[in-house]
Design a protein around this ligand. Structure first.
Ligand code: ADP
Ligand code: MG
Length: 592
């Protein structure tokens, strides 16, 4: 982790600067100090020697020579911690603080020493040189004693240069020590300052890193009113803005998602290379897609070449709008209408949107309506042409033939009955279907209605020698129904149970209570219904055996009317049947 590197870096930079500054400082100090020190020592010597001169001149008191010069030299030397030499006007050494009187005798004449010569001419002489006497590098300073023009002698001080060097060395050492101390302190201060300076930056870096990871909850504290403060505020508002934008995008996404998933139509979106980027739940269900699209080609997800072709037409051949109907057979037969349009932005093709409408039901209804019109015309034509034919035959003379004439008129009568039935049924059906049927719902007992209907059908029951049994519990509650319509249901179902029953068969009508409904079952022992016809038996004009139904005076509308009436009551109707054994028609109707 690159954690808190900044303070260390800053400290390093500051410290390097300090080291450089200290080195330069040391160099300057040392250089100037050396000069200053030398000057200072020289100055001191001057003062000291002038003081010594005053002292000695006092001692002279007009005499020409000091009697106890060596003692005085020793004394002054001791006081000033110097080598003091007293020389008479001829250059003879008469006193020296560092030498014994016996040694002084041996010294050569000092009159020609540079400092003495300088003192003679200028009143003060200075010279640096090696002293053979005491074997050291010395700084000499000399002044004349007494009258400057005609001195009685000379006073000379000498100081070892090594002593100056020693002081200089000590001074340099203390400077270096001080500088090192300053440097050490500066490291500490630098680190503290660096930490203080970099703290907000480090914190902002942390916030920015969190932002990059999608965490917008961290906020930089607002710092001073300087640039760092500005940066913190900018970072803060940037984070707010990004968060808002992300929230907005998420929100939009949720809305689009909600729209797409609640849509009944299937939606598919592909990109400019024909790869699927979106499939909504409806379409998934339609084609049993359980994988994620993951930018796959359409054919990899929905194994239907026709759909791939539609996508190709738009993506590869740049067609503008495609509306095609396709039929799929898996898992059940369905007709789909696909509308496909390209997504074009700034004149470039970015993909395509395909909308799938399931028009199976629409097509089925359309077919039923077409069939209905054809059926009605056909159903009407058959009895009419029969009536017309027999009427013509009668007119052409058959009316004279009494026996035949009666048969013919009978047929005409039956066919006109059939026509009347058909027209009644059609009118009923259209009334029910258009919602104009008046329903007069009231609590009614089933049993009396059933008995009345059986009474109406008594003649045909007897003709077929059928036995009828009724099993209705006495405590069965009333149902909420329109009595006339309920009677119509019974009549139609019983009529079928008689018509499609076998000779000497039986009919059993039973009723029971199940929850909020009363269920009625009408079972017969007739020819039954083939399984494949069962789903269509309630359609208009649908008959298993058309010839047989016609012969029996059927219209093919009975069950259709039953279904509509029961649905209008809020019930359900269904059939269970086995060919050659019998059928049981059941319906439910809400209890009152
Ligand atoms: N109880 C039944 N037993 C056998 N087939 C039946 C029965 N009820 C109805 N069907 C079949 O259903 C078809 C439709 O009945 P329906 O709508 O009442 O018309 P219709 O009775 O006029 O033929 C009949 O033609 C017949 O093929
Ligand atoms: Mg019928």
């Amino acid at each position: 982790m690159m954690k808190n590197k900044l303070p260390w870096k800053l400290t390093l930079i500051f410290c390097s600067a300090v080291i450089l500054e200290l080195i330069i400082g040391y160099w300057f100090l040392a250089f100037f100090l050396k000069g200053y020190l030398e000057q200072n020592i020289e100055q001191n010597l001057r003062h000291q020697i002038l003081a010594g001169k005053d002292f000695l001149e006092c001692k002279l008191q007009g005499q020409n020579i000091l009697l106890d010069a060596d003692v005085l030299a020793d004394k002054i030397g001791k006081q000033n911690n110097l080598r003091v030499t007293i020389i008479d006007k001829d250059g003879r050494v008469v006193g020296d603080s560092d030498l014994d009187p016996s040694d002084i005798q041996k010294l050569e004449n000092h009159l020609n020493r540079p400092e003495i010569q300088e003192a003679i001419h200028k009143g003060l002489g200075i010279n640096k040189r090696y002293s053979n006497t005491i074997r050291k590098n010395l700084l000499y300073i000399a002044v004349p004693l007494g009258n400057d023009k005609a001195p009685v002698g000379f006073l000379r001080y000498a100081i070892a240069i090594s002593y100056i060097d020693q002081i200089e060395g000590q001074l340099k050492q203390s400077i270096a020590g001080a500088l090192i101390l300053i440097f050490l302190l500066s490291i500490v201060f630098n680190f503290i300052i660096s930490s203080l300076v970099s703290k907000p930056i480090t914190e902002m870096a942390k916030v920015a890193r969190a932002m990059a990871k999608g965490d917008f909850s961290q906020k930089p504290s607002i710092y001073s009113s300087d640039e760092i403060g500005d940066l913190a505020i900018a970072l803060f508002s940037m984070s707010e803005e990004i968060k808002n934008k992300i929230d907005k995008i998420k929100h939009e996404g949720v809305k689009i998602d909600a729209v797409l998933s609640s849509m009944f139509e299937g939606i598919m979106v592909v990109d400019e290379k024909g790869r699927v980027i979106l499939i909504n739940p409806s379409l998934r269900k339609l084609f049993f897609v359980d994988v994620e699209p993951e930018m796959k080609q359409v054919i990899e997800i929905i194994r239907n070449p026709q759909i791939q072709e539609i996508v190709d037409k738009i993506i590869k051949y740049k067609q503008k709008l495609i509306s095609e109907e396709i039929t799929i057979s898996q898992p059940e037969e369905k007709i789909l209408k696909i509308n496909a349009v390209p997504i074009i932005r700034n004149n470039t093709l970015e993909g395509a949107v395909l909308v799938f409408h399931d028009i199976t039901e629409l097509r089925r209804l359309e077919r039923i309506r077409k069939d209905f019109v054809a059926n009605v015309s056909h159903e009407l034509r058959t009895p009419i042409s029969s009536i017309k034919g027999y009427a013509e035959t009668l007119l052409e003379g058959a009316i004279e033939d009494k026996d035949n004439a009666k048969d013919f008129i009978n047929i005409i009568y039956q066919d006109s009955n059939r026509l009347a039935n058909l027209i009644d049924d059609l009118l009923d059906l259209s009334k029910i279907e258009s919602g104009k049927m008046e329903m007069n719902l009231e609590p009614v007992d089933i049993k009396p209605i059933l008995e009345r209907c059986l009474g109406v059908l008594e003649k045909s029951i007897k003709e077929k020698k059928l036995s009828v049994s009724i099993d209705i519990p006495s405590k069965l509650p009333k149902v909420l129904a329109d009595e006339k319509r309920l009677a119509q249901v019974f009549l139609n179902l019983l009529d079928n149970a008689i018509k499609y029953n076998s000779e000497r068969g039986s009919i059993k009508v039973s009723a029971s209570l199940s929850d909020k409904f009363v269920q009625v079952d009408i079972a017969d022992t007739g020819i039954g219904i083939p399984e494949k016809d069962i789903p269509r038996i309630f359609e208009r004009f649908y008959r298993v055996d058309k010839a047989r139904s016609c012969q029996l005076g059927g219209t093919g509308l009975g069950l259709s009317i039953v279904k509509h009436i029961i649905l209008a009551h809020g019930g359900e109707v269904w059939v269970k049947s086995e060919q050659g054994i019998g059928s049981t028609f059941s319906f439910t109707i809400p209890k009152a």
